[in-house]
Design a protein around this ligand. Structure first.
Ligand code: F6P
Length: 538
């Protein structure tokens, strides 16, 4: 047995021990527990003490991180080596948020100067739009941005905007991702083309949804402004030949690079719409928050490293305790899109069943992630979290100080976040429920039927992440925390977290089906698919 296999075996043994004890009991047995499992990183506080591991288990799990090579993998990542082997690319999103003068290299080639150059163009562009120096085709200033993109070209900017937007913005920002025409119709509704900048974001500039929406937006601009409307179109892409072919002048294009993965791209010019609508200084602060977390991840020892510990907690649940689903519940309305963002980040990065050299993985990989804003979801899926037959670990993200509104309401929100984590772990025993019902004078047969239904098994784990305020820096740190957590998990599972071959087949088949829906010859399909196509053609 290799040392790594032995460390995996130790994790499984630790998980077996965790099955037969309660998380809450560990606080008595381990006086250091809370202190050891509370971490500070770049303004974020993480409490991982409500996870099922004991401190002794944690040491063993830490050995797994060491033996699986998290430290050298981290070095290779930051050194810009070809960590995305199937596509022959580096994954160097950290270079996008590094302070000016950083010396990042992707596959040996210096990249920081180019990054800085595009960042400078973004800043200048955003300032010119915001000051009104750059006007639309009819001489009116821009008052709205329509951001068109999907997947990594959408989730990040949408999350950043929702998290940081002013309640009444001077520049409105709308998004259209879905090829469903309903979304862009709603996004354009009420906007004046003469005052709207359209930012088309696509790394490849071939994505069906984005190109369809870009054509719709261009037609909308031209219908109102004629050919001059094209001046309202800006592109963000790595494919200059394709942006040119679409008719967007090179000086209206903001580039990025093949070493920026789509789901890691919000830090690049993909965030241009946010820089325009929020202001370049806000976007810079967001980058600084990500950079601070990078520094923490790169330099903190594994035992005190927030992304490493968050990843290990996930692996302990996912692999040790066989829990293939995780919930993420931001107790902050402004962070309600965090779970959507994490669905792509974690499930597209680590939803893999073979290793980087093509062998079947030895362990279960990414858990399915779902979630939405608390406290709303307490009235939706928390019933299942508390009393369902499956244990679903939860990440609770809370913000101490509200960005706006009534501080008393904010206190209620925080009380709910804390109480839910407590209820999940502590639960409520049947004996306690029985005593309460008996005190109310209920007959024994009713108590026997009711008490089990009103019992909370507890012992359901959660991680608690606290932000002091939802500043651009804190948001940047939070997103970078999850990016690096995802990377660490990929290293532990031995997979390439930076490719996404699993999205290709559906795209290819959709092209074929579309040709048939358009009246082309019927192709070879299974009977169910053929029947659906026939029905939709009719
Ligand atoms: O979902 C597949 C994917 O390739 C993502 O990885 C990417 O973020 C998204 O499509 C959009 O791609 P593009 O930016 O090239 O339009």
């Amino acid at each position: 047995m290799s040392e790594t296999d032995a460390a995996w075996a130790a994790l499984h043994a630790a998980a077996e021990r965790a099955r037969v004890r309660r998380i809450a009991s560990l606080f008595q047995e381990e006086p250091q527990r809370l202190e050891r499992l509370t971490l500070a990183a770049s303004g974020l506080t993480l409490d991982l003490s409500k996870q099922p591991w004991s401190l002794a288990d944690l040491e063993g799990v830490m050995d797994l991180a060491r033996l699986a090579g998290v430290e050298p993998a981290r070095e290779r990542l930051f050194a810009g080596e070809t960590v995305n082997r199937s596509e022959g690319r580096a994954a160097l999103h950290m270079a996008l948020r590094a302070p000016a003068g950083a010396g990042f290299k992707a596959q040996g080639e210096p990249v920081s100067a180019e990054v800085e150059e595009v960042r400078g163009r973004m800043r200048a562009f955003a300032e010119r739009i915001r000051s009104g120096a750059l006007k639309g085709a009819t001489g009116r200033p821009f008052r709205a941005v329509l951001h068109i993109g999907i997947g990594g070209s959408d989730f990040g900017p949408r999350l950043v905007w929702e998290a940081l937007r002013p309640v009444e913005p001077a520049i409105e920002l709308r998004f259209a991702a879905n090829v469903d025409p309903a979304e862009i119709a709603q996004a354009m509704a009420g906007l004046d083309p003469a005052e709207t900048l359209v930012v088309v974001v696509s790394k490849t500039f071939t994505t069906q949804e984005t190109m369809t929406n870009a054509q719709t937006a261009r037609a909308w601009l031209r219908a109102a402004l004629g050919e001059a409307g094209d001046a309202h179109l800006v592109a963000v892409s790595t494919a200059l030949d394709k942006t040119r072919a679409f008719g967007i002048a090179d000086d209206q294009v903001f580039g990025f690079w093949d070493w920026v993965g789509g789901r890691y791209s919000v830090w690049s010019a993909v965030g241009l719409s946010c820089a325009v609508a929020l202001g370049p200084e806000v976007f810079d602060a967001f980058l600084a928050g990500g950079a601070a977390l990078d520094e923490h991840f790169r330099t903190a020892p594994l035992e005190a490293n927030a992304p490493v510990l968050l990843a290990l907690a996930h692996v302990f649940n996912r692999n040790g305790l066989g829990r293939p689903v995780r919930a993420v519940v931001p107790y902050a309305q402004r962070l309600r899109l965090l779970p959507n963002f994490l669905q792509q980040l974690e499930m597209e990065s680590n939803g893999k069943r073979v290793t980087a050299d093509g062998r079947r993985v030895a362990h279960g990989t990414a858990a399915a992630v779902f979630g939405d804003a608390g406290s709303n979801v307490q009235h939706a899926f928390f019933q299942l979290l508390h009393q369902g037959t499956d244990v679903i670990p939860v990440d609770i993200v809370a913000v101490r100080e509200a960005s706006e509104g009534d501080p008393a309401a904010q206190k209620k929100l925080l009380a709910n976040a804390v109480a839910q984590a407590e209820a999940l772990m502590v639960g409520r025993s049947e004996a306690d429920v029985r005593a309460e019902l008996a005190a109310k004078g209920l007959p024994d047969d009713e108590i026997a039927a009711l008490a089990p239904q009103r019992t909370f098994p507890g012992d359901r784990p959660s991680s608690f992440i606290l932000l002091e305020r939802l500043t651009p820096q804190a948001l940047g740190a939070l997103i970078a925390l999850y990016e690096h957590k995802t990377f660490v998990e990929g290293v532990l599972w031995g997979i390439n977290s930076f490719d996404q071959w699993g999205v290709e087949l559906g795209k290819t088949l959709a092209t074929r089906v579309l040709a048939e829906l358009d009246g082309g010859p019927a192709g070879a399909h299974d009977p169910s698919t053929a029947a659906l196509i026939a029905r939709l053609r009719g």
